[in-house]
Design a protein around this ligand. Structure first.
Ligand SMILES: [Zn+2]
Length: 371
């Protein structure tokens, strides 16, 4: 019999989070502790006051205001130990919420030699931090993940984000460098590359050759697409991600419900569509997502947390909102959980088998799994 799940039940159920930005998921208390330790300037070190400034609180915040909320987290992760500690703690936060498998994403360039265009070191760093190499940023992030995995027993992989401004601001070498990094670490925990940040200004088209360069490797392509801009532009960007970038998963893809053809492609190619029902980005609300249409067309849609701390909504909160809005029951919870288990980017077959077995042990029906 189908049941309506409560927040408490969802919290306790096994979950999987395939779209989570580490710099949007650092708890304010962790950030204050690390900022004091590594010399990052915060407007205040008092928890309640800082939390108000740090989280996205206004419904009509501009995209620039939203991006700048990431600055303090980025600053802390521009130091080797800060980067390691944030990733390690992130794995613990996942485990605590019963998230058994996750893909964390970050932009190595932001913590190294290609900071965001709006990031001014003197605003954040007491003494300017010596820049880490791109290679070092990935090593420290993976070391934090490995340590967290050993301590918790959950499965976590890493996706490297390419900010959309990269080609205009830093040039093609900066993009090639991230693709090369992903390929270098493809057997050590890096599973995908991503295209992220300002979709209002930049389209995915110029990134086609860089994404295609990963074909034939273990690295999967997991861009954001169809999150920002007019509905027409979003639909066009989703089509470019699917057919140009050869996406294996797309973050948001809001307007995909308008195209039977694109939904058919996602279904046939097993391309996951990642949704964050409580996203504060304008036009990304639950009503805009049409999860019910996607499920009806058997598109592998999954629920994700995106930036759980900045957006003040955990993965559990996002699940509850989606289930309540559509009057979905535990049946849809398990279907979308199976979609995620079936479309996750595992580092090897052994990891895939372990994750599948763990979910089956915790209630997922074998019949929903693709072995
Ligand atoms: Zn995202």
């Amino acid at each position: 019999m189908s049941t309506i799940l409560t927040h408490d039940e969802i919290y306790r159920l096994p979950k999987i989070d395939l779209h989570r930005h580490v710099d949007g998921a650092i708890k304010p208390e962790t950030l204050i502790r690390l900022a004091k330790e590594f010399g990052v300037k915060l407007p205040t070190y008092e928890l309640d006051e800082f939390t108000k400034l740090y989280q996205i609180t206004e419904p009509d915040m501009s995209i620039d205001q939203i991006f700048q909320r990431f600055g303090w987290g980025i600053a802390v992760m521009r130091t080797p130990h800060g980067l390691h500690d944030v990733f390690r703690e992130q794995v613990h936060d996942l485990a605590e919420e019963n998230i058994l498998c996750a893909e964390l994403r970050f932009a190595p360039g932001y913590h190294s030699i290609y900071p965001p265009p709006w990031y001014k070191p003197e605003m954040y760093e007491t003494e300017p931090f010596p820049a880490m190499s791109l290679h070092q940023t990935v090593c420290y992030a993976l070391a934090g993940i490995e340590r967290g995995m050993k301590e918790t027993g959950i499965a976590v992989n890493l996706t490297l984000s390419i900010p959309r401004e990269s080609l205009s601001v830093w040039g093609k070498n900066s993009v090639e460098a991230i693709v090369k990094l992903a390929l270098q670490f493809q057997n050590e925990g890096v599973v995908a590359i991503d295209l992220a940040c300002d979709e209002y200004t930049y389209t995915p088209d110029p990134y086609i050759p860089y994404f295609r360069a990963t074909r034939g490797s273990r690295i999967r392509r997991n861009p954001h697409g169809g999150e920002m801009g007019s509905p027409e532009q979003r639909l066009k960007n989703i089509a470019t991600c699917l057919n140009g970038l050869n996406a294996d998963g797309i973050g948001h893809a809001l307007e995909i419900y308008q195209s039977i053809y694109l939904m058919f492609l996602a279904r046939c190619r097993n391309i996951r569509i990642e949704r964050t029902p409580l996203s504060p980005v304008p036009g990304c609300s639950l009503a805009d997502g049409h999860l019910d249409v996607l499920l009806k067309h058997k598109v592998p849609v999954v629920i994700t947390s995106d930036d759980p701390v900045l957006m003040q909504a955990s993965l559990t909160d996002n699940w509850l909102a989606a289930l309540n809005y559509h009057q979905f029951t535990d049946e849809q919870f398990w279907q979308m959980t199976a979609n995620a288990v079936n479309t996750a980017f595992y580092r090897d077959e052994a990891q895939k088998t372990r994750v599948q077995e763990e979910f089956v042990k915790r209630g997922l029906s074998e019949s929903l799994l693709r072995r």
